[in-house]
Design a protein around this ligand. Structure first.
Ligand code: BG6
Length: 481
């Protein structure tokens, strides 16, 4: 299958930091379909060879095991082309169309790796140029809007040019093998399903913790904050995969219909419940891995009086028969104690304990990163001479080790899926808009609240109010158990 993959924003960070290295891995593993061309478009004048050198130089920033040798790069570089484009000029799109049509590839993937404010302009121009035929797919990456109205506005323009099945909205978490494994775990095994409900499960905790701060992205992050950056997309996508009903097929729309139902079943926030069930925080100076790190307000390009949140913890419920009354706790933040993404399913305690000191409930820990694995925490008899002494033991699976040779990075998987036209791991516009609809009352309540975010020291697990929130239900976060 021949394809043309076009990167708008071809000299930007996303392209050289993530997309080109991912494509190179696919190329190295022989996964890139033969007969492909990769075209980068950007504003400045360069030849194909100059662009190839530009990309080659940037590969030094890539993990050494993933870096090409000179010989490998030379073969990969044959696929790379460059074209100057002013994104506001209709004739430049007409020229691009000619370049594409001169060869007539089976599939054309147009990846908008530009600043999001350019998405509507680019889509409209693509439509005018007729670059939206059935062979064409468009890939968009978050942030897709900063609230419901702006997301709807982008979607309206995209839909006026492309059909929903041509639109590939990336949430890079869905490309992670550990996240795909959630579906496999739930719907490839009969074991969990009978227990996957309110009768057996006490609460579910989703933690997406980062040890890094905002780095060089202070200006972007300060306009965004943790709720928009991580909760509206990544955390809610994980929640839908944990809470969804089994889809009737593995088709994109069957899966996305079920995910949408979960988003629609989330308990809506009111100004009062935001005060009670949502905690926002902002990091102060602290220590991580023995190193002192500055506070958020001292970061480059962050205003000294910023009230942007770098931490969010919240409690919600999925209001349906399966989950009624089961708290779902979500938590994400920068400069937390460690980089750590996990889902903890806490089961209920045994109804009538007969062993002394055995009140500990089972839990299933799904580790997403840095390790990708599963731990099932059980109680077992120690077999000691002092009677029935039970002790916690855990059954550990390490998927990275088990499937090491098969695993591919998130962008590699998502790019290959976009080329192959598989939509399963991409977000549909109604899911994305529903997620905005749900987080908006939080944004409004915060805007009206003069208190601002609560401070927390870098290297901790966020403001104490986060522990207090779960303690109200008699729970603790996993690291406190
Ligand atoms: C991005 C956010 O979507 O996800 C970043 O914009 C965040 O702020 C990143 O650091 C986290 O992704 P990962 O794959 O490193 O967990």
């Amino acid at each position: 299958m021949s394809f043309d993959l076009v990167f708008f924003g071809g000299t930007g960070d996303l392209t050289w930091r993530k997309l080109m290295p991912a494509l190179f891995q696919a190329f190295r593993h022989g996964k890139l379909p033969a007969g492909g061309r990769i075209l980068a478009v950007a504003r400045d004048e360069r030849s194909d060879d100059e662009y190839r050198s530009f990309i080659k130089e940037r590969f030094v920033e890539v993990d050494s095991a993933k870096r090409p040798s000179d010989e490998e790069f030379a073969r990969f570089a044959d696929l790379l082309h460059y074209r100057r484009m002013d994104l506001s000029q209709p004739e430049h799109y007409a020229g691009l169309k000619q370049w594409i049509e001169a060869r007539g590839a089976d599939t054309v993937v147009l990846y908008l790796a530009t600043a999001p404010y350019l998405f509507p302009v680019i889509c409209e121009q693509l439509g005018t140029a007729g670059l939206n035929g059935p062979r064409v797919r468009v890939v968009l990456e978050k942030p897709l809007g900063h609230d419901l109205a702006s997301a709807q506005q982008i979607n309206r323009v995209v839909r006026s040019v492309f059909s929903e099945h041509q639109a590939f909205r990336i949430d890079h978490y869905l490309g992670k093998p550990s996240v795909q494994n959630l579906m496999a775990l739930r719907f490839g095994n009969a074991l969990f399903e009978p227990l996957w409900r309110r009768e057996s499960i006490a609460n579910i905790q989703i933690t997406l913790a980062e040890a890094l701060g905002v780095g060089t992205r202070g200006d972007f992050y300060d306009q965004t904050g943790a709720l928009r950056d991580m909760v509206q997309n990544h955390a809610l996508q994980l929640l839908t995969m944990i809470a969804m009903e089994p889809p009737s097929t593995n088709d994109a729309d069957a899966i996305r219909d079920e995910k949408l139902k979960v988003l629609k079943s989330l308990r809506p926030f009111t100004p009062e419940s935001v005060g009670r069930d949502v905690v926002r925080g902002q990091y102060r100076a602290g220590t991580i891995g023995g190193q002192p790190v500055p506070g958020y307000l001292q970061e480059a390009k962050v205003p000294a009086d910023s009230t942007t949140e770098t931490f969010v913890a919240l409690r919600t419920e999925v209001q349906n028969w399966r989950w009624a009354g089961v708290p779902f706790y979500l938590r994400t933040g920068k400069r937390l104690a460690s980089r750590h993404a996990q889902i903890v399913v806490n089961f209920r305690e045994v109804p009538h304990p007969i062993f002394p000191g055995s009140a500990r409930a089972n839990k299933l820990v799904i580790n997403l990163q840095p390790e990708d694995g599963l731990e099932l925490h059980l109680l077992a008899s120690k077999g000691s001479s002092q009677g029935e002494m039970l002790a916690p033991v855990s059954l550990d699976l390490d998927f990275d080790k088990a499937f090491a040779s098969e695993r591919v990075g998130a962008y590699e998987r998502l790019l290959m899926d976009a080329i192959a036209g598989r939509l399963n791991l991409f977000v549909r516009s109604d899911e994305q808009e529903q997620a905005w609809r749900w987080v908006e009352p939080i944004l409004h309540a915060w805007a009206a609240d003069p208190n601002g975010p609560r401070p927390y020291a870098a290297g901790t697990w966020g403001p104490p109010a986060s522990s207090a929130m779960v303690a109200r239900d008699g729970c603790t976060w996993d690291e406190e158990q």
